[in-house]
Design a binder for this molecule. Structure first.
Ligand SMILES: Nc1ncnc2c1ncn2[C@@H]1O[C@H](COP(=O)(O)OP(=O)(O)OP(=O)(O)O)[C@@H](O)[C@H]1O
Ligand SMILES: [Mg+2]
Length: 385
């Protein structure tokens, strides 16, 4: 759709420019013909007796009411002119000035046409010159393609921007609607689940199932967090200083018992105190998504290392490295696009959300720093310190 708008503007643009250029060329040829005729008629009229019937010649001369013409004598002084525009009320002096300017312009445009004045015996008496340039119509027609081109370019650009904008706005509405609806729908079974856990805690089997009930409680808490995330989408999340290391460790500790035991997860950092600007529930989601992808890339066995580095006063870097199957070089950007997935049961939304959360809400950056298939893949997040 976007490209078809551009393509259509280009076709219309090229087509109409071609057409007007053609038109201008044709008109130019016609004006040249006319001016030749004009010169011939003038030459004939001045060289022949007044008693001859010259009305046809004068008609030709009179008929030229579009091409600006100046007739000069042998010394290049204007003696006659036609279709030259003077300012209303211009005095002789001003007219002479305008004529001089016009003459210079005409000299630069076309070679003059000589008119030979003859004595009655046929000998040459004087040579006059007809200077001329394009009619106003032709001049405008010659500029017209440029005007057209700019108008089309501006139109194309505006259409492109408008289309892009409305598409993004539409996508955003779908996202937000979907997220809010999901949160809303999850609310009811969640409160019922909470009630069930409370019931279990107080039931006779509470003691022997203590561990199970505890885990259930944690999962429900997690579900509540997820619901909160979803209902938060579309509203502006609160961003504040948080300890990045603690936030990431919390998420990792939550994930560890929920993924394959053969996948090792480790958080590395030089200090314990490192703050960055974040919305914790949303940032948790980011780490979770990236780690889940890493696990998926490993076929159950492997290692995930998270390095947290204070890069400068301004930035904190979080590198998540796994030793899974890796990402092909030409897919490094594509993995963030909605719908891109290589999994049979994937939605291709995980990284899209991650990018949105980091870039739109945290004013940070995320990208695949490197990927060496089968050896290591690193996703880098840059947060504001
Ligand atoms: N660490 C990784 N190693 C190898 N490939 C990865 C890694 N992370 C992401 N990918 C590739 O990027 C694709 C897109 O990831 P994304 O999280 O957006 O979607 P998904 O995991 O396929 O589906 P879901 O919406 O359920 O998350 C994955 O299908 C996978 O091919
Ligand atoms: Mg995913």
């Amino acid at each position: 759709m976007r490209w078809s708008i551009i393509l259509i503007s280009v076709i219309i643009g090229v087509g109409s420019i071609f057409y007007t250029t053609n038109l201008a060329t044709e008109l130019k040829a016609r004006e040249q013909g006319l001016i030749k005729l004009y010169a011939d008629a003038l030459e004939y009229a001045v060289n022949n007796n007044a008693d001859e019937n010259l009305s046809f010649n004068w008609q030709i001369i009179e008929n030229n009411n579009s091409i600006p013409v100046i007739v000069t004598d042998g010394y290049n002084e204007p003696i006659n002119h036609k279709n030259i525009d003077f300012r209303e009320g211009a005095d002789e002096e001003e007219q002479a000035r305008v004529l001089k300017k016009e003459l210079a312009l005409m000299k630069a445009t076309y070679d003059p046409i000589p008119i030979t004045l003859l004595n009655t015996d046929g000998s040459i008496y004087d040579v006059n010159f007809i200077y001329y340039r394009n009619s106003y119509l032709l001049t405008s027609l010659e500029y017209y393609p440029y005007v057209q081109l700019s108008v089309i370019l501006i139109f194309g650009l505006l259409a492109f921007l408008a289309f892009n904008h409305s598409k993004i706005a539409e996508q955003n509405r779908v996202w937000v609607g979907l997220a809010k609806e999901t949160a809303h729908q999850l609310g009811t079974p969640l409160s019922s689940l909470m009630a069930w856990v409370e019931y279990l805690k107080n039931s006779p089997m509470a003691d022997e199932n203590k561990e199970v009930i505890e885990e259930l409680g944690k999962d429900i808490y997690k579900l509540e967090m997820i619901t909160a995330r979803f209902s938060n989408i579309g509203s502006i999340p609160v961003i504040k200083d948080e300890n990045v290391i603690e936030a990431i460790e919390e998420t990792v500790n939550y994930l560890r018992p929920r993924i394959s035991r053969k996948v090792e997860m480790q958080v590395h950092s030089d200090t314990r105190e490192l703050t960055a600007k974040m919305n914790k529930p949303l940032f948790d989601w980011v780490i979770e998504n990236i780690c889940k992808n890493a696990v998926d890339a490993m076929k159950g066995v492997g290692k995930i290392d998270i390095y947290i580095i204070k890069e400068s006063e301004q930035f904190v870097i979080v590198d998540v490295t796994d030793n899974g199957k890796g990402i092909a070089k030409n897919k490094l950007k594509q993995v963030f696009q909605p719908g891109y997935t290589t999994k049979t049961r994937g939605w291709g939304l995980g990284l899209t959300l991650v990018k949105r959360i980091i870039e739109n809400y945290h004013n940070g950056r995320i990208f695949v720093k490197s990927s060496d298939p089968g050896v290591a893949t690193t996703f880098r997040i840059i947060l504001r310190g």
